[in-house]
Design a binder for this molecule. Structure first.
Ligand code: UDX
Length: 508
């Protein structure tokens, strides 16, 4: 491919690092495609481990195994693909040994990243101009600075979650976080955020012990993001207008969601870690809006006690359901956690599968509700498919996402008491409530309205479309001014004075 000689005329070339869990890889892949459609050259980086699992899962499909972006490149987009070690052997069980995986993310991964970035910066044509990295990484600002690149932080969760982490210092000062007897009254001082109860904060902000490896990652990541030149967020301005405008006073924050595969059809880039069961025939045999889809996402675990209450609750209903039970959903050491005789008892109305193409399932007309752990991708996909939600948050942002779904947007209901307390009777009552044509009607209507908001955001003159255009324009301007500055200075340091000022403010 030929490129012009003058660096200012080159298309922006970004190295994009996806956080190595599926809930982050999926939106990162589709962000890469979106940016390439806006004229970027992208070098997309997965870890060896994610690559190993996706290529194994794709081995029985027509997807190419070694270069997951091959089909996209055939369509004319310049997305290159490479992999990097996460510091652990490829066969390492991340699900069983999550703590060690996080330790590696905190202490080891950056060395491998730095080595790869050095190589790509040296070799690439057109030259690399920016680093796009998931906000949860603990090294992007440091590495971007070292190689004279702009740093674009990619936030895959709602702006509300970003804002609460961003203002951890305020929560700490006010006694709502990181103290022995944390206050349990409402939090009403986070800029742009309506009063929120501590139980609706992310799990990590509700925990007493803040010395864990996850906390160290969060603290470091949110120091790093203060050095970001831009933040791209997989949300929609109209969904969280006040939170977003308040954040924009601190950081160039662009809501560019929802980030989905083109046309919301099965992705041409393989992203599944497990092979997908085809449920179309079974769904075709069920009446319209009669099936409850159940999935707890790709990563988090459900306590066996809760899983059994949910299973027994489903037995008390007559509702059809399709349940994705990942083999490690309780633990990779307990791969058959359902009650004995369960599969026989649900014969004809229930189907259990290990994994599927969720967007294909959600858009099937037989689906009438979604029992979810409230992962942000699942919520956006459910809204797009006009399917109301039954919420059972388990970890991290899922509690905060639940608040948005149930309390603010009213597109779903709670499954029951929090994890560890849920009872089969409330499971059956709430499943019946959501799936009943009359009782569930208000949620269906609210979710239909919200879908319109999402669809408008992506249209010409829609907020996400305009925000993306604005981001691309501002980034190009910044690339050319920083190039001009680096050539006149003889070295490339981008806005280091500004960034230093913002760091000083954070620690003051
Ligand atoms: C993680 C966090 O747990 C979540 O809270 C955060 O918001 C994003 O990162 P995960 O738990 O995997 O994500 O949940 P979610 O965000 O819902 O993402 C799951 C993805 O896997 C979705 O895109 C969904 O379509 C896909 N999926 C899930 C499948 O393709 N098939 C399935 O069978 C289940």
């Amino acid at each position: 491919m030929g490129f012009p000689n003058s660096p200012e005329q080159h298309p922006p070339h970004a190295i994009l690092f996806a956080y190595p869990t599926l809930g982050h890889v999926i939106p990162s892949v589709h962000l890469a495609i979106k940016l390439a459609s806006c004229g970027f050259v992208i070098t997309f980086v997965n870890t060896h481990s994610i690559h190993h699992h996706t290529s194994r899962a794709a081995s029985d499909s027509s997807h190419p195994k070694d270069d997951i972006f091959a089909a996209v490149r055939d369509s004319g987009l310049d997305i290159r693909y490479t992999t990097v070690s996460d510091g652990l052997p490829v066969g390492f069980d991340h699900s069983l040994h999550h703590e060690q995986f996080m330790q590696s993310m905190l202490h080891v991964f950056s060395a491998h990243v730095e080595e790869l970035v050095a190589k790509l910066v040296k070799q690439s044509v057109p030259p690399v101009t920016c680093l796009i990295a998931d906000t949860f990484f603990v090294w992007p600002s440091m590495i971007a600075k070292k190689f004279g690149l702009l740093y674009v932080s990619f936030w895959t969760e709602p702006a509300l979650v970003f804002s609460l982490y961003y203002h951890m210092n305020l929560l700490r000062k006010n006694g709502h976080f990181a103290c022995q007897d944390a206050r349990d009254d409402s939090i009403d001082y986070i800029p742009g955020v309506e009063a929120i109860h501590p139980k609706d904060m992310m799990s990590y902000l509700q925990e007493k012990d803040t010395s864990t490896v996850c906390h160290q990652i969060i603290f470091n990541a949110f120091k790093e993001v203060r050095g970001a030149d831009f933040v791209l967020c997989n949300t929609v301005q109209e969904l969280e207008p006040h939170t977003i405008s308040a954040l924009q006073a601190h950081v160039p924050f662009f809501a560019v969601g929802p980030i989905f595969p083109l046309g919301f059809t099965k992705s041409t880039v393989p992203t599944s870690l497990w092979s997908e069961s085809d449920c179309t025939q079974w769904l075709d045999s069920k009446p319209r809006a009669s099936v409850l889809y159940i999935s707890f996402g790709s990563t988090v675990h459900v306590a066996k006690r809760d899983l059994l209450e949910i299973a027994n609750g489903l037995l008390l209903t007559h509702v059809n359901f399709l349940w994705v039970l990942r083999p490690d959903v309780v633990s990779s050491e307990d791969q058959h956690p359902l009650p004995i005789g369960f599969e026989e008892a649900i014969h004809g109305r229930g189907m259990i599968i290990p994994w599927c193409s969720q967007i294909e399932v959600l858009t099937h007309s037989a689906i009438g509700g979604f029992l979810t752990h409230c992962g942000w991708n699942s919520i956006l996909e459910s809204i797009w498919s006009e399917v109301p939600l039954l919420c059972f948050p388990l970890l991290t942002d899922q509690f905060t996402n639940r608040k948005l779904v149930v309390d603010d947007w009213k597109i779903g209901i709670n499954l029951g008491n929090a994890c560890g307390l849920v009872k089969k009777e409330e499971v059956s009552q709430n499943v019946n409530r959501l799936m009943d044509e009359k009782m569930g009607a208000e949620f269906k209507s609210a979710v239909r309205d919200m879908k319109k908001t999402l669809r408008h955001a992506l249209m010409t003159n829609g907020s996400s479309k305009k925000n993306m255009e604005c981001f691309v324009r501002d980034l190009k301007t910044k690339v050319s001014t920083s190039h001009a500055r680096s050539t006149s200075n003889g070295h490339s340091v981008i806005d280091s004075t500004l960034k230093q000022a913002s760091w000083n403010l954070f620690f003051s």
